[in-house]
Design a protein around this ligand. Structure first.
Ligand code: 9MJ
Length: 676
C-alpha cells in the first residue's frame, strides 16, 4: 500500500506531539495532557504504522519506551532491555490478546495467566551482587537509564541485602517505585503550609523524588517499591513460572503486591480486572490497570517479544479518571446557607465510565489560585464517588482575550449583595430566606430523609411551591392543603394526596431530627443527636449560651457560635413556635444508658483493605458490640485492625505500641466477644 501524503503528515504530527509530551512527562515532571489523551494518540500512531509499515522509523515514539536519561546522573545500560507493555482498553482487546496467545501456543484449552495490579509509579531496575544492592537505575529509554542507586537506597521497602542464602550471585530485580497516597497527601499538606508549589499527582511526586541529585532529599520523601520481574540472573535457577518467580523474590525479602492472582483463561482475567477496579479506591497507591502475564516460563519463551514489549503480557487499563475538555461557562450556585459555589459548565466528556458536563470549582479563591477561565482547556478528574473537579488548566491552549473570573457583586438568584471576608475563601449571598435558592435548599433539607422525612418534597415541588409563593418559609409547608396544591402545574389529585399524607406524618418526629432539620450551620446528624442527648428538650438548648455549648464534648467553639446565634435570632424562635403550633411535635427525649455491651468503652481504628467485608460492615459490627470506631490513631486507641495495604495509621500504631490485629485475628476476636 502506498503511503498517502496526508497520512504521512498525520504520522509526523503525532510523533512530534507525543515526543513533546514525553519530554514534559519524563524529563521535566510537568505532564501536560491526561494519560488517556496520550494513550489515544499513541494508539492512533501505532495503528497507522501498522497499516503503513514503511513509515516506521527507529526514532518514532512507538519504537522507544519513552524519556531519556538526564545528563546529571551517570548512564546505565540495561543488558537485557527494560520492556514496556502493550495496552488493552476494551474487553475485546483482552479476548484478542488471549486468542493470539492460544494460536501461537497451539493451545486449545485455557491459558494460565497471572493478574497483577498495574502500579502507576516509576519502573526501576535493582542489581544485587552476592545479595547486596550494588546498583539501581531508572528505565530511561529501555536500553539506557540513569544511575539512581543512592536514591533507591533510601527507600525502606527496598532491601539493601537479600534475605536467606539461596539467592543467585547476580540478580537484577525489576519493579515499580511509587508514593503511597497517605504519604502524598501528607507531603503536599506540608508543601502547602510552606507556601510551596504542590505536586501534581503521586506518580510525578515519585518521579521527582527519584530525580533528586541529593539523596538526603529523596530520603525525606515517602516512597515505596513493588517487585514484579527480573532482568539479568546468573544461576540457572529453574523458574517454571512467573508465580514461582514472585514467590522466590518474596522469599529474598522483596515486596510483592498482595493482590496478585492466578487467572485461568481470559474470562478469569476480566473477572479479576473487575474486582481490582472495585478495590482501586481503597488501596493506598494508584493503580491504572491490571497486567496479565502468561504464567509458564516455557510458554513465555515461545511467545517472545514484539518490538520492545513481551508478547506474553498486556496491560489492561482502567477507564481514565482524567480527561481534557473545555469550560463553556462558569456559574455560581447558591447553597442552603448562602454559600456561592462556582460551577464549571463543561463540554461533555467521558471520564472514568460516565459523561460529565459540570465540575465543581469549590470556591472563588480556588478559581483564582488555579487561574481557571471561561474558554480554557482543562483537565477534569473524578475518583470514586468524589464530585468531578478541575485539576488544572492547560495554559498553552488558552484562547486569546480571556479574563479572570470575577466574584459577582449580587446574588444571581435574589440580587442581594454578595459578601466575602478577606480572611475567608467562601463568598455568601446576604438574602437569607428572601433568596429563593436558599429557601429552596432549606425546604429540601427540612424535608430530607434524615430530617423530617417528607417523602416526595424534593427539588421539583420545592421549586414550584416557592415560585408560586404558596410557601415562603418552612412553616408554610404545614399550611398547604389540597386546593392550594392543585393550583401547581402537573400536580394531580394522587400526588397531592401523597404529599399531604407525608406532610401530616412528618409532624410526629424526634428531637434529634427536629434539631437537624433546622439547618443550623455545621450541625449535622451526629451533632444534633449529641445536643438532644445533652439538653433533653428544645427549650434548654434554645437558652444555652456559647460558653455552655462549648463545654459539651465534641462541640467546638465555631459550632457553639453558630448554634447560639441561630437561637438568638427572633425570627428563628418565631418559626419554631409556629411549627409547634401547626402540630410538629416529638416525644420527651429520655436517654436510656446503653446496656453494657462486650466492647463498650473500647476504641478501634480500622485501616487497609479487608477481604471478608467492607470497611462499613466492619465498623457496624464493632459498633453493634458497643465499641467506638475512630478515624485516627491516638494514645486512646485500644486496637488497630489492619487489612492489606494499611498505611500511616498502622505505622502510628506501631510507634505508640497499640495492639494490632490482622483481619483473621480480629474475626476470631469478634467470635470470642460475641459469645461473651
Ligand atoms: C506495573 N507497572 O505494575 C509490569 N507492572 O512487566 C507490572 N509493570 C511489567 N508488571 C513487564 N505489574 C514489563 C512491565
Amino acid at each position: 500500500m502506498t503511503l498517502p501524503d496526508s497520512v504521512l503528515k498525520r504520522i509526523e504530527t503525532l510523533r512530534q506531539t507525543i515526543d513533546a509530551w514525553n519530554d514534559q512527562y519524563y524529563a521535566l515532571d510537568t505532564p501536560s495532557v491526561p494519560d488517556a489523551e496520550y494513550d489515544r494518540r499513541m494508539k492512533e500512531l501505532q495503528a497507522l504504522e501498522y497499516q503503513y509499515p514503511e513509515s516506521i522509523q527507529p526514532s518514532s515514539p512507538t519504537q522507544r519506551i519513552g524519556g531519556f536519561p538526564l545528563k546529571a546522573f551517570n548512564q546505565v545500560s540495561h543488558k537485557i532491555p527494560m520492556l514496556s507493555l502493550g495496552n488493552a482498553f476494551e474487553i475485546d482487546d483482552v479476548i484478542a490478546f488471549d486468542q493470539r496467545i492460544r494460536q501461537r501456543l497451539h493451545h486449545t484449552t485455557e491459558v494460565e495467566y497471572v493478574g497483577e495490579p498495574k502500579i502507576d509509579g516509576i519502573a526501576v531496575s535493582l542489581r544485587y551482587q552476592q545479595g547486596k544492592l550494588i546498583q539501581g537505575a531508572t528505565r530511561g529509554d529501555g536500553t539506557t537509564g540513569e544511575d539512581i542507586t543512592q536514591n533507591l537506597c533510601t527507600i525502606h521497602s527496598i532491601p539493601l541485602q537479600l534475605r536467606g542464602e539461596n539467592y543467585p550471585e547476580l540478580l537484577e530485580v525489576r519493579g515499580e517505585v511509587y508514593m503511597p497516597l497517605t504519604g502524598f497527601s501528607q507531603y503536599n499538606h506540608n508543601l502547602e503550609k510552606a507556601g510551596a508549589k504542590l505536586l501534581v499527582n503521586p506518580r510525578n511526586a515519585a518521579s521527582g523524588s527519584l530525580r533528586q541529585l541529593d539523596p538526603q532529599i529523596t530520603a525525606q520523601r515517602p516512597l515505596a517499591f513493588f517487585a514484579y520481574g527480573i532482568g539479568q540472573i546468573s544461576s540457572n535457577t529453574t523458574l517454571r513460572s512467573h508465580s514461582d518467580l514472585l514467590a522466590i523474590l518474596k522469599s529474598y525479602g522483596l515486596p510483592i503486591n498482595p493482590h496478585t492472582q492466578i487467572c485461568i483463561g481470559a474470562a478469569a482475567c476480566l473477572q479479576w480486572h473487575k474486582q481490582l477496579a472495585q478495590m482501586r479506591d481503597q488501596l493506598n497507591y494508584e493503580i491504572d490497570g491490571v497486567v496479565y502475564k502468561v504464567n509458564s516460563t516455557e510458554q513465555q519463551k515461545i511467545l517472545g517479544f514484539i518490538s520492545k514489549a513481551p508478547r506474553w503480557a498486556i496491560a489492561h487499563k482502567f477507564p481514565a479518571r482524567e480527561e481534557l475538555t473545555q469550560i463553556e461557562a462558569i456559574e455560581f450556585q447558591v447553597g442552603r446557607t448562602g454559600t456561592l459555589t462556582p460551577i464549571a459548565r463543561l463540554k461533555p466528556v467521558f471520564v472514568g465510565g460516565v459523561t460529565i458536563s459540570n465540575a465543581t470549582l469549590h470556591h472563588i479563591e480556588e478559581v483564582w489560585r488555579k487561574d481557571i477561565r471561561v474558554g480554557d482547556t482543562v483537565i477534569v478528574r473524578r475518583a470514586g464517588d468524589v464530585i468531578p473537579y478541575v485539576a488544572s488548566v492547560i495554559i498553552d491552549r488558552r484562547p486569546a482575550h480571556t479574563t479572570p473570573v470575577a466574584l459577582p457583586k449580587h446574588c444571581p438568584i435574589c440580587h442581594f449583595a454578595v459578601v466575602k471576608a478577606e480572611s475567608e475563601v467562601i463568598a455568601r449571598c446576604t438574602g437569607g430566606l428572601f433568596c429563593h435558592a436558599q429557601l429552596k435548599e432549606t425546604i429540601k433539607h427540612f424535608a430530607s430523609k434524615h430530617a423530617l422525612d417528607i417523602h416526595g418534597l424534593g427539588d421539583k415541588w420545592a421549586e414550584q411551591l416557592i415560585e408560586s409563593k404558596l410557601v415562603t418559609d418552612i412553616a408554610g409547608i404545614y399550611l398547604l392543603n389540597k386546593e392550594k396544591l392543585l393550583t401547581l402545574a402537573r400536580m394531580g389529585e394522587k400526588s397531592a394526596n401523597h404529599l399531604l399524607t407525608a406532610i401530616e406524618n412528618s409532624k410526629t418526629t424526634t428531637l434529634p431530627r427536629f434539631i437537624y432539620a433546622l439547618g443550623i450551620r455545621e450541625v449535622g446528624e451526629i451533632t444534633a443527636s449529641i445536643l438532644a442527648k445533652h439538653f433533653g428538650c428544645l427549650e434548654n438548648l434554645m437558652s444555652a449560651d456559647q460558653e455552655t455549648l462549648q463545654t459539651i464534648s465534641d462541640i467546638g467553639p465555631i459550632v457553639a457560635v453558630h448554634i447560639a446565634s441561630f437561637f438568638q435570632q427572633p425570627h428563628h424562635r418565631e418559626l419554631i413556635e409556629q411549627l409547634q403550633t401547626l402540630g410538629v411535635h416529638w416525644p420527651a427525649y429520655t436517654v436510656t444508658p446503653p446496656e453494657q455491651l462486650p466492647l463498650t468503652g473500647k476504641t478501634f481504628v480500622l485501616t487497609g483493605t479487608f477481604s471478608q467485608m467492607t470497611r462499613d460492615e466492619a465498623k457496624q459490627r464493632l459498633q453493634s458490640l458497643g465499641a467506638k470506631v475512630a478515624g485516627s490513631v491516638s494514645a486512646k486507641t485500644n486496637y488497630v485492625v489492619a487489612g492489606t495495604d494499611a498505611g500511616s495509621k498502622l505505622e502510628k500504631a506501631k510507634t505508640l505500641g497499640i495492639p494490632i490485629l490482622s483481619e483473621t485475628d480480629w474475626l476470631a476476636f469478634l467470635e470470642d466477644n460475641h459469645s461473651a
